[in-house]
Design a binder for this molecule. Structure first.
Ligand SMILES: C[S@@+](CC[C@H](N)C(=O)[O-])C[C@H]1O[C@@H](n2cnc3c(N)ncnc32)[C@H](O)[C@@H]1O
Length: 422
């Protein structure tokens, strides 16, 4: 092969120092492209790669324009892909002979008959060759898209460089996208919505208890099963906005079936980091919006959360049973008057058992009868653990013993009751 570049990879430096550096490197790059086109063997291709390494080093050393530096790097990476293709081709033709499908491709090549001549003539390391083969195994379309993206990023951002490792990382990310699960494991296939590890844990830092809260995963499952694309969803007791966090992260739990809907949040006492997205509203006065396709209400659990959200008298958390029932009756009616026939409304609540006083309150039955009276029918029901038993503190041990001694069970299950407007 005719070699217009010197054997010594830094031999062009004197020319560059004396001439117009940028023009000289640009011309050398043209020559290198031509050499690459002509290169037939791995050794010839390696020579062009070595010259490109030199050009790259020079363009950096003399701080040539970012464009020229990137041209040199891009061409070097393209040569690496070509080397990988040559290796892959050789391996393919040898595979039948050596009949060892389990070897990885680099190993197949180096272990093969003429590996000595190859390894003595090639100065690439095994690691280099493995990277080149990965570049070569990437479909042309993906490779071109990734190299264009990374080159553009490197041209814009000072701290980003175009590199073989960067390209391989981006290719891996692309492949991961393809391998995105069809359905997320967060979405439960049955009415048992228990989440042993919680991805969307409590975000309201003012609340002291670490456990016993409803995981955001419950919102994800409600959305999945009850919300259609384009729906208007209202969370009128959004509190600290867990519902928003789950909504925002929907790409994480929607698997390959990603769709959009609108979510609006209200609460008597908006708080937390999403406070500005939550409109202050008392649900006992009215429903804040007309015609919602879906309403999801995580109500203050009767008997468990007094003074936790506010000290307001209109806060359901602070009400005794009678007032709580009156307020819930009004809320059910407000929901019903805002919704059209066929729309869904979910109310999330556990029952309540006062172990010390030996009292049992079937709160979810009360909710059901109030929503039915207001003009809904029960459409669906799911169950989720409040995970209280995961809290292995001495206090929990005492409560467990008290429950057994008083023959009153602790309440762990939250019911997710979904009603349909008739
Ligand atoms: C179980 S919490 C909801 C927590 C919410 N899931 C979150 O991410 O923080 C119940 C919420 O109902 C709100 N609330 C209580 N009474 C209300 C009322 N009359 N109108 C509207 N919201 C009320 C409380 O402020 C509290 O935020």
């Amino acid at each position: 092969m005719k070699d217009p570049l010197s054997e010594n990879k830094f031999a062009i430096i004197p020319t560059i120092v004396s001439g117009n550096q940028e023009t000289v490197v640009v011309n050398f790059l043209k020559t290198a492209r031509e050499l690459l086109r002509q290169a037939k063997t791995l050794e010839e291709t390696q020579e062009v790669w070595q010259k490109l390494n030199a050009l790259e080093a020079i363009s950096k050393k003399f701080r040539l324009s970012k464009e020229v530096q990137l041209d040199a790097t891009e061409l070097r990476i393209r040569i690496e892909r070509r080397v990988g293709e040559m290796l892959n081709q050789k391996n393919q033709s040898r595979e039948g002979d050596i009949k060892n499908q389990n070897q990885n491709s680099v190993k197949v090549y180096l272990d093969s008959e003429d590996s000595k001549s190859v390894s003595s003539n090639l100065s690439f390391t095994k690691n280099d060759l493995s990277k080149f083969q990965k570049l070569a195994s990437t479909p042309q379309k993906v490779f071109e898209a990734v190299i264009t993206d990374l080159r553009t990023e490197a041209a814009i951002k000072r701290q980003t460089a175009l590199s073989t490792t960067g390209i391989l990382r981006a290719i891996q990310n692309e492949n991961k996208k393809d391998r995105e699960l069809l359905f997320s494991p967060i979405i439960k296939p049955s009415d048992n919505w228990n989440f042993s590890t919680v991805q969307y844990g409590r975000i309201d830092e003012n609340l002291r208890e670490e456990r016993g809260y409803i995981p955001g995963e419950i919102y994800a499952n409600c959305f999945w099963y009850y919300v259609k694309p384009g729906d208007l969803v209202i969370a009128p007791m959004a509190g600290s906005g867990q519902v928003w966090r789950v909504y925002e992260a929907r790409k994480e739990w929607m698997g390959q079936h990603i769709y959009d809907f609108k979510l609006k949040m209200f609460d008597l006492t908006p708080r937390g980091k999403y406070k500005d997205l939550i409109t202050q509203h008392d649900l006992t006065k009215s429903f804040p919006i007309t015609n919602p396709d879906y309403i999801i209400i995580d109500i203050p659990y009767y008997g468990m959360v007094a003074q936790q959200y506010s000290n307001k008298s209109e806060d359901l958390a602070n009400m005794a049973l009678e007032n709580w029932q009156i307020a819930m009756t009004t809320i059910a009616k407000n929901c019903a008057s805002a919704q059209q026939t066929g729309s869904l409304c979910t109310v999330i609540s556990p029952n309540y058992r006062d172990v010390a006083k030996k009292q049992i309150f079937m709160i979810t039955d009360i909710v059901r009868s109030l929503w039915e009276l207001a003009g809904y029918i029960l459409y669906d029901k799911a169950y989720s653990s409040r995970r209280i038993q995961q809290n292995q503190t001495p206090q929990m041990a005492r409560m467990n013993n008290q429950a057994k001694a008083n023959q009153i069970m602790l309440t762990d299950i939250t019911e997710v009751l979904t009603f349909r407007r008739v």
